[in-house]
Each structure stands twice: as structure tokens, then as C-alpha cells.
Design a protein around this ligand. Structure first.
Ligand SMILES: [Mn+2]
Length: 431
């Protein structure tokens, strides 16, 4: 495997924690993602369903995980159904897990081929009262494409109309919000690979370079360190493009005097890193660019210090907004008395800082978890304030990934250059 082996204890522990949340006589069934089509017989690269991965470590399509703690037969308490492999499949499609490999990787004792699923299911359903099924309940998800889980839900509810069907998603959201030591290790790897790519860019960015050439450098550095690629579409936005929050066309020439906003992160073992940096194309910030940069950096440092256990996202974001207000006044972007008289429901700072400060990070870049849950040790949040001044063609965002601990927090990206002096020096040295 590209990212080395992960001890099965991670997945065994995840299943154990999930099992604790189930009422008696509960059966839970999880499906992998589909391989998504493009055109004709083309397909996109496979991306595993994160819940299935979290509970099994299996990174293969057409997989089903069954968790049924109260099954009378011990061999039915955890079952993994996998696509059968054969010499023919090996030659045409490549390598798939054998039963022994799947058992070693997941810690699930019973591995069966997918063909047996519908013959085993009646015995499971006969004993089960509650059936927990999965769906994408991320609060910002746009669900248009029917998943394997969704197709299965339709089928099973018709085949077994009298069972009690329940949602697995809230249980997974609860568990996945708190990262274990092994998950943190994988997330640090994602952050470290992202660090390598950023340092490479400091030597590469100069006037005349195209944004997509920078994107290519990122890909190269990610892949050579065992990442499957970016965890999300890289934003490589020079000059005024930095004020387009989800700019991903990345097709403009970087101009002398511009600041460029880079928002990218490696995926490692399906875990995401999420970094933003803003750097001067020619290696040196102007006075104004530097002033705005330092303002964002002060807000970032103040926000990071508040990403601690016991705080909560709404209070936190409101406090960050007040710090941002003061910085925007100092930059002559807001007027002090206007701020004093502003509508509290529509604070003026939102003209220049219009997005949230932090989101959960994990297997998903915008990871699942109850949004308003009080901060706890083991949660990982991004911290990403920004100031976007369209009238000046200048947008600056800085973003690190922060692990909340029992004694404060730990910045997973503390090694990635952030101070103006470091950025300018590294760019100068690389020339
Ligand atoms: Mn982010």
C-alpha cells in the first residue's frame, strides 16, 4: 500500500467504540463508494467512503461491512464482504485484497465474498430489531448522486419493511470528531508532506510562472512522498484571483508585485491536510501587502490561542470577528464609528472576511462532526482567517491545522514557514 501499513488496532478500536453506541439487537451495514463514471467507459479514480474506511481500513470498491454485536453466531458479529479476486481479475483489473490480507488489515475475523451477502443477510435480519444504515448527513453536502448506501436503503426497506431503521451518520459524526493517536500520526504525515510542497514552491514561484505550473509542483511533491494527491482542489490564486474564495481555474500568469494565495493540502491514507499561505510573487512584500499580512497573522495567532477545550464555535468565531474588526480599522478599511453603530447581525468586517474561521478536519477536509459541539481534546480544527480587498486586488489567507489537547493545543503545521521574514528569506535564498 502506498501509505504503508496501518495497524488494524485503529479500526478494531473504531468498531468497538461504534458498537458501544448501538442499542441491543442492532445490525449496522456500511457500503463502500462507487467508482464514479466520467464519459464512455471512463471512470474517476476510486475514493473510499470515509465511514467504511474508518471502521475497516479497507480501501477497495464493492465492499460491505456488517457490524452485529448481538449475533448469536460469533462469526456473524463482524463481517466484511469483498469483491472476489481471481487470476482473471488480477490480470485485467489488478490487485485486490485476498481474504487473509483483508483480515490482517481490518481485524475483522470473518471475510466473505460479495456474492454471499444476499444469502447471509436473511439470517442477520431474522435476529435484528434495529438496522443502522448510513447516509451523507454533512450539513453542507449537496446530495444529487445516489450512493451504494442509498440504493441499498431503498432495497432493504422494501425487502424488510417491518424492521426499525436508524441513522448511523450521527454516531459516526460523534466518533470521528475525536481523533485517536494513530489518526493524528497520519494527519501529521499529511501536514509534513504539505510542508515539503510549500517549501518547494518558495523556490519556484517568480514573475512569469503560470498558476498551473505551481499546481504541478504540488502534485509532484505530494506523489513522491506517498500521498495519493491533493485532499481537495488546490487554489493557486495570484493577484485579484485571491479574492475569489473557491478559485480553482489556476490558469493565470503570476505577475511581479502580486501576492498569491495558495490553499492546498496533501491527502495521506485518506486523511487530509489543509494549508493556506500567501506569498509575494517576486519574493518581497510591499509595505501595504505586509501590513495586511501581519494583520491576518495577528488574527490567526489570537484565534489559535482560543482553539482550546471548553470553547465553542459560535463564541469563538464571534471573538475572532472582534479581533478582525480592530485590524480592519487599523488598515483603514473600516471606520471606528461605523463599527460602533453596525447592525450586530451583519457586522461590517464580513465585507473583508466573509467565511468561517475554522472547520473540522480529518478524513474529510470539511470533516463530519456536530458543528456546535463544545471543543474537546482530540478534535482537529483548521484556523484560517483572511482579508480580501477586491478594490486592491489583494487577498491574504493564512491557515494551519490545530489539534486540541488536554493542555491547550498543538499546531500540526508549526514547522511550515509563516512569518514574513521567513517567507522572504527562504524565497531569496532559493533564487
Ligand atoms: Mn480550510
Amino acid at each position: 500500500m502506498r501509505y504503508g501499513s496501518i495497524a488494524p488496532e485503529l479500526f478494531i478500536e473504531n468498531r468497538r467504540n461504534f458498537t458501544k453506541l448501538l442499542p441491543p439487537a442492532s445490525l449496522a451495514i456500511f457500503h463502500s463508494n462507487d467508482i464514479m463514471p466520467t464519459n464512455a467507459d471512463g471512470t474517476m479514480a476510486f475514493r473510499q467512503n470515509n465511514d467504511l474506511f474508518y471502521l475497516s481500513g479497507v480501501d477497495q470498491e464493492e465492499s460491505i461491512l456488517v457490524i452485529f454485536p448481538d449475533a448469536v453466531l460469533p462469526q456473524y458479529r463482524e463481517i466484511l464482504f469483498l469483491k472476489e479476486t481471481s487470476e482473471h481479475i488480477l490480470v485485467w483489473e489488478g490487485y485486490k485484497l485476498t481474504k487473509d490480507e483483508a483480515r490482517a488489515q481490518s481485524g475483522v475475523p470473518t471475510i466473505m465474498w460479495l456474492e454471499s451477502f444476499k444469502s447471509v443477510l436473511p439470517a442477520l435480519m431474522n435476529e435484528a430489531e434495529n438496522v443502522f444504515l448510513n447516509s451523507n448527513e454533512h450539513i453542507r453536502a449537496v446530495v444529487e448522486v445516489e450512493t451504494r448506501d442509498a440504493r441499498f436503503i431503498k432495497w432493504i426497506r422494501e425487502a424488510y419493511p417491518l424492521h426499525t431503521y436508524r441513522r448511523a451518520a450521527p454516531l459516526l459524526h460523534r466518533l470521528r470528531a475525536i481523533k485517536s493517536a494513530e489518526e493524528i500520526r497520519l494527519m501529521r504525515r499529511a501536514a509534513d508532506i504539505t510542508d515539503k510542497a510549500f517549501r518547494r514552491l518558495l523556490g519556484f514561484v517568480k514573475p512569469g510562472v503560470m498558476e498551473y505550473e505551481i499546481e504541478a509542483e504540488i502534485f509532484h511533491e505530494f506523489l513522491r512522498h506517498g500521498s495519493r494527491g491533493p485532499a481537495y482542489g488546490s487554489i493557486i490564486a495570484s493577484g485579484a484571483n485571491a479574492c475569489i474564495l473557491h478559485y480553482v481555474s489556476n490558469d493565470r500568469e503570476c505577475k511581479d508585485g502580486d501576492v498569491m494565495l495558495l490553499d492546498f493540502g496533501a491527502e495521506f491514507a485518506n486523511y487530509a491536510a489543509d494549508l493556506s499561505r500567501s506569498i509575494p510573487v517576486n519574493g518581497t512584500f510591499t509595505k501595504r501587502q505586509r501590513d495586511v499580512y501581519e494583520a491576518v497573522l495577528r488574527v490567526m495567532k489570537s484565534a489559535t490561542s482560543q482553539l482550546v477545550a471548553g470553547n465553542q464555535i459560535e463564541a469563538y468565531h464571534a471573538a475572532v470577528g472582534r479581533t478582525m474588526e480592530q485590524e480592519l480599522i487599523k488598515l483603514d478599511l473600516l471606520n471606528e464609528s461605523d463599527v460602533k453603530n453596525q447592525d450586530p447581525a451583519a457586522p461590517l468586517y464580513k465585507k473583508y472576511f466573509m467565511h468561517g474561521t475554522s472547520h473540522y478536519l480529518g478524513l474529510d477536509v470539511h470533516d463530519v462532526g456536530a458543528k456546535y459541539r463544545v471543543f474537546e481534546p482530540g478534535m482537529v480544527y483548521t484556523c484560517e482567517p483572511g482579508i480580501y480587498i477586491r478594490e486592491e486586488g489583494l487577498g491574504i489567507r493564512l491557515e494551519n491545522d490545530i489539534l486540541i489537547t488536554a493542555s491547550g493545543n498543538d499546531d500540526l503545521m508549526k514547522n511550515i514557514p509563516l512569518e514574513v521574514e521567513d517567507i522572504e528569506r527562504l524565497m531569496r535564498e532559493a533564487r
